[in-house]
Design a protein around this ligand. Structure first.
Ligand SMILES: Cc1cc2nc3c(=O)[nH]c(=O)nc-3n(C[C@H](O)[C@H](O)[C@H](O)COP(=O)(O)OP(=O)(O)OC[C@H]3O[C@@H](n4cnc5c(N)ncnc54)[C@H](O)[C@@H]3O)c2cc1C
Length: 418
């Protein structure tokens, strides 16, 4: 087994020398990557990976980047599905779904939120009923990012109405390309249409696509949410996932894939508040010499540095084998929200009323305006700020839990079903 970092570097280079050609099709190249365990080296050896640590994986990533080699498919909720399956999936589910996630042959969406159940995800009322060796699903999901591109969805549905709400849920993998699934796009106030409503009418799920067993959906969904929240803390920039431009079929096909996969996320850097543009804007407008603006910029820098230190602490803690820092995802996610809001506030101070303008001649050709109307989304997606605060209060600070009115059988709990 390879353990030394320099041995890893040599092994990756040898593999790439032998296996990579820019003339391969994208899928053929990624199939080679998956077969050799280099597509996701941090995944376990029996799940198409090599069981590498973060440090070892970073060596592999560096070689790919330096040599401009196309890696595994990254964009979209496919990673949420994959990492959840790594924890809770059966051997059969891992074998059936993980390779095509890595090759990019299949894309995924997350079917959790409903019109009457967002923060209160455990209140999901989409119904899944067992019928022989399959489940029949009826209900409505909403705010489902990328559902209009997705081949499969990770779905939370109610399988028992007589149990308390957290216990009656199950977690499924659903084929989105079937007659019982209707996807309708929703337009946002920033002009993009990343989300959808998804209507499920007698949609069919195979029994072997139930993840973690009947009634264990809440535990599986909690894993997905925790992975999602950690992603917010890391931030995302769709452009960063592009390989450097290079010639060849594999690069052309990757560029086409990214154009489709990134389409719902082009505004995501703006929802993070664009703190990276603050200094540039302050200098070019002269606002940098305004003491009040400088004060708020300093606050932004302090918040960003504190978030980085906190993320490093979590990474170091994990590296020492101390497991997950509970609830690291919630702290990081709340931090990302606070930073985004502060950055938007600073942009407003710098640009004044011009911050509302879009189109040519407006601040940064409309990027600042898009930032101001996109920032609220980061405080909602993946669990609102209030929900993160509740988690931190109860699980870190040990404060008393909210009084619950929703215990007992789910069918007896009053719900907003409008
Ligand atoms: C950019 C983006 C992407 C998204 N992508 C997806 C996706 O792919 N799949 C998916 O399933 N969903 C997705 N969502 C939906 C998201 O998960 C929900 O919007 C979120 O969980 C909040 O639910 P809600 O909108 O129903 O708000 P509600 O739950 O109705 O909340 C309304 C308000 O009440 C507050 N509130 C609610 N409960 C409490 C409480 N117990 N204590 C204190 N305050 C409370 C909330 O903080 C909020 O301010 C996405 C949302 C966004 C913005």
């Amino acid at each position: 087994m390879i353990v030394q970092l320099n041995e890893i570097e040599t092994a990756v280079n040898q593999f790439l020398d032998q296996a990579f050609s820019p003339d391969l099709s994208l899928i053929e190249w990624r199939q080679r990557l998956v077969a050799a365990g280099w597509a996701a080296p941090s995944w376990p050896e029996d799940c198409f990976g090599r069981g590498f640590t973060a440090e070892q994986t970073a060596v592999v990533d560096r070689v790919f980047k330096t040599r401009r080699i196309v890696g595994a498919a990254q964009v979209g909720p496919r990673r949420l599905a994959a990492e959840t399956l790594l924890v809770h999936g059966s051997v059969d589910q891992k074998n059936r779904y993980l390779p095509s996630i890595l090759t990019g042959e299949h894309s995924w969406c997350q079917l959790f939120s409903e019109p009457g159940s967002g923060s209160d995800l455990a209140g999901a009322a989409t119904k899944a009923e067992r019928s022989g060796d399959q489940w029949i699903v009826n209900g409505q999901k909403v705010w489902n990012t990328s559902a209009h591109h997705a081949d499969f969805g990770i779905l939370v549905a109610r399988t028992d109405w007589d149990l308390p709400k957290h216990q009656g849920l199950s977690y499924f993998l659903i084929d989105m390309r079937q007659p019982g699934v209707e996807v309708r796009p929703l337009k946002q106030m920033n002009g993009h249409a990343s989300f959808n409503e998804v209507f499920l009418t007698d949609a069919v799920v195979r029994q072997d696509d139930l993840v973690g067993g009947e009634g264990h959906g809440w535990a599986v969904a909690t894993t997905t949410l925790s992975i999602e929240r950690q992603g917010f803390a890391r931030g995302r920039n769709p452009r960063a996932t592009h390989s450097a431009p290079a010639q060849g079929r594999v690069y052309d096909e990757e560029a086409k894939e990214l154009e489709i996969d990134n389409e719902p996320y082009t505004w995501y850097p703006q929802r993070e508040g664009r703190p990276d543009l603050v200094f540039e804007r302050a200098r070019e407008t002269g606002a940098i010499s305004d003491a009040a603006v400088r004060q708020e910029m300093a606050k932004l820098v302090c918040l960003s540095e504190a978030a980085k230190i906190s993320a490093r602490f979590v990474a170091a803690h994990r590296k020492l084998g101390n497991g997950e820092v509970l609830p690291a995802g919630s702290i990081g996610k709340l931090g990302a929200s606070v930073i985004a809001r502060q950055a938007a506030q600073v942009h407003t101070m710098i640009s004044g009323t011009d911050a509302m303008l879009s189109g040519s001649g407006s601040p940064m050709d409309g990027v600042i305006a898009e930032t101001l109307i996109s920032v609220p989304a980061i405080s909602i997606a993946g669990g609102t700020d209030e929900i993160q605060r509740n988690i931190i209060a109860e699980r870190v600070l040990g404060m008393p839990k909210e009084q619950r009115q929703d215990t007992g059988p789910f069918r007896d709990i009053p719900r907003n079903i409008s």
